[in-house]
Write a protein that binds this ligand. Structure first.
Ligand code: AMP
Length: 249
């Protein structure tokens, strides 16, 4: 069984992002970029399924600029067998990515696609769902446990106030939540090995997909600044402030 894992190159989660002065977006010039954390979890899960003998091949795919190759090399250092870059300088929105992934699914015929539940840059939480709809496959989002048995996969997912377990027929789409696993540390020997693994480069036109944006960002703005805190003299003042100023009790 082949597993396809889409990985997105995003601003590193430790970076404090700055909004551009004209409000047109976030400034990513000279900012550290990394693999989307949920996608690291997706690669880790796919590699574990391969190590258990459930999967035979793990293919990482990234859509975007040439530098996404670095993200793909990281995926291969974690354990993906090979990678595909769909290279474009166009701004990619979830529907465009889902269409590219659909074309790759048709080409590669995986039984499982494991995506992150959301990309931490756009916070869309849409690509996996759109891909499942375009393919007509079952989907289990926000997975915290995945078990494959024959032609079925059982997925435990986090829902409000508890967990829900679903059974899906393969092929299927799964998106990962934080608690699914803890991705392994990438070692130097594995980084070196990853440099020799195959990385294919495709263009959206070769997959017959029009990736033009359908949505226009009108404005991006910083959240309002938080005002400074105050020290209160005693509990009575605290209760008074909570009741009369903050009006929360
Ligand atoms: P989003 O719908 O943008 O929040 O992204 C959800 C998931 O879709 C991510 O965690 C990735 O697994 C996948 N994804 C989104 N954009 C890309 C991209 N440009 N290249 C590869 N995978 C992507």
């Amino acid at each position: 069984m082949k597993i396809l894992v889409p990985v997105k190159r995003v601003v590193d989660y430790n970076v404090k992002v700055r909004v551009k002065s004209d409000g047109s977006g976030v400034d990513i010039a000279n900012v550290k970029m990394s693999m989307n954390p949920f996608d690291e979890i997706a690669i880790e899960e796919a590699v574990r399924l391969k190590e258990k003998g459930v999967a035979t091949e793990v293919i990482a795919v990234s859509c975007g600029v040439l530098q996404c190759q670095e993200t793909l090399r990281t995926a291969m250092a974690i354990g993906a067998d090979r990678a595909i870059l769909v290279e474009t300088a166009e701004e990619l929105q979830p529907l465009a990515v889902a269409k590219l992934l659909k074309a790759l699914v048709e080409k590669e015929q995986p039984q499982l696609v494991i995506l992150g539940k959301q990309a931490i840059d756009d916070d869309c939480n849409q690509t996996g769902q759109m891909l499942a709809a375009l393919l007509g496959w079952g989907q289990a989002t926000f997975a915290s446990k995945v078990e494959v048995a024959g032609s079925q996969v059982s997925v435990t997912r986090e829902v409000d106030g508890g967990a829900e377990t679903l059974s899906l027929s393969l092929p299927a789409v799964i998106t990962t939540d934080l608690r699914l696993n803890e991705p392994r540390y990438v070692t130097l020997p594995n980084i070196m090995k990853a440099k020799k693994k195959p990385l294919e480069n495709l263009k959206p036109e070769e997959l017959g997909v029009d990736v033009k944006p359908r949505i226009k960002t009108l404005k991006v703005s910083e959240p309002p600044k938080r005002s400074a805190g105050v020290k209160v003299a005693d509990v009575a003042t605290l209760v008074d402030k909570l009741r009369n100023e903050a009006k929360v009790i």
